[in-house]
Structures are given as C-alpha cells and as structure tokens.
Ligand binder design. Structure first.
Ligand SMILES: Nc1nc2c(ncn2[C@@H]2O[C@H](COP(=O)(O)OP(=O)(O)O)[C@@H](O)[C@H]2O)c(=O)[nH]1
Ligand SMILES: [Mg+2]
Length: 185
C-alpha cells in the first residue's frame, strides 16, 4: 500500500504556487485556473488565477507518494486554505518579493495559519528575487520571530525544479525533526 504524504503550497496570488507544483509533479498537475474577472490586484500579464486549488503528485520511493495541494490565491478563498492545511505534513509558504508589500503578505499568511504553524512544519520561500534590487531579510526574520516561530527562509524560483525540490527536502527534514521532538516529549 502506498502511503500518502500531504504537502501544501500557499502564499499570495502570483507568488508561484501553480509553477512550483508544475515544476515537480510527476503527473500532469490538475489546475483550476480561470480568467481573472474581479478587481483584485494582479501583475501585468497575469490573466488567470487558481480558484479552487492545484494538485500534483510526486513519488518519493516505491511506497511513498507526496500529494501536493496549492491553495487558491485570492483572499476570499482563505477558508479553503485553512481546510487544505489540515493534516498536512508541512507547508511551503511562497512570498513574492516583487509584490507591492511582501512584508505585509508574510504577516498576513502567518496570521492566517497561526494556530497551525506551531505544530506543522513550514518553510518560507521568497520568490521573484530576480526582479527586485534588494529586500529586507532582517525584517522577514523579525516578522517570523514576532509570531514566536523559527522557520527556514530560502530564496526560490518557483519555475526551477532544483529550487522547489530543495524546498521540499528542507520541509521533509523539518517534519522528521518534528516527529522526533513529539516522540521524546
Ligand atoms: N521572474 C520570476 N518569475 C517567477 C518566479 N516564480 C514564479 N514566476 C512566474 O510568476 C508567475 C506567477 O506564477 P504562478 O505559479 O501562476 O503563481 P500562483 O498564483 O501562486 O499560482 C508565472 O508567470 C511564473 O512563471 C521567480 O522566482 N522569478
Ligand atoms: Mg495559481
């Protein structure tokens, strides 16, 4: 019997959730992108958005399969994000550094998942770094610390197989650490 390990990729609209799943999924990812019809902020050229979720799978070995859910990006679907993250082994939270206010986005998502993040491993992936001149790394760590959390932060191009694979490896390693901690507690 295959065991299924659930991972969730979340974060702001345009951060790279759909791309990340496409990059690593071993099956053709299931997407629910539609044309953007409302006035929510978007970047030029981004004409579709994920309404329900993205779904992909990645076989880790013969009997372990990662099932990966990407959350919808629009805030009115936040309730669905909270449902998707239940029972997840870990979450990759993508923050678009080229967005108007990435620090606000990070704060927003850490608040959204606050109750879950103390017992669900999470990696912060900063995307679109190639499009910004600089960013305030200290501030990012301060925000995370402000939530009483200590999360790994990495720069990640969501289109890169290598980058997304690294993020997932960090997440899995963290999940193992969580398990060990729980076992000795
Ligand atoms: N320049 C750049 N583009 C990226 C990066 N990551 C993702 N993208 C692009 O950003 C756009 C939005 O990505 P998408 O996966 O649709 O975001 P989602 O709304 O979170 O699902 C796509 O055109 C991606 O190719 C990155 O690190 N740098
Ligand atoms: Mg998407």
């Amino acid at each position: 019997m295959n065991s299924l390990i659930k991972l969730v990729i979340s974060g702001t609209m345009g951060a790279g959730k759909t791309s990340a799943i496409e990059a690593i999924s071993g099956i053709p990812p299931i997407r629910t992108d539609v044309a953007i019809s409302d006035g929510e902020s978007l970047r030029p050229g981004k004409t579709t958005t994920t309404v329900a979720m993205d779904y992909g799978e990645l076989a880790l070995d013969e009997d372990q399969v990662l099932v990966i859910f990407g959350t919808p990006g629009q805030e009115r679907y936040d309730f669905m994000c909270k449902i998707l993250v239940k029972g997840a082994l870990g979450m990759l939270l993508l923050i678009d550094l080229s967005a108007e206010d990435p620090e606000r986005d990070l704060t927003y998502y850490l608040s959204l998942y606050e109750s879950q993040l103390h017992n669900t491993p999470c990696v912060i992936g900063l995307t679109h770094e190639d499009l910004v001149r600089n960013f305030n790394a200290t501030r990012i760590y301060e925000i995370i610390k402000g939530f009483g959390l200590n999360l790994p932060v990495i720069l990640l191009d969501a289109r890169s197989v290598a980058d997304v694979t690294t993020a997932i490896e960090i997440l899995l390693a963290q999940a193992e650490e969580f398990e060990i901690r729980e076992a000795v507690a």
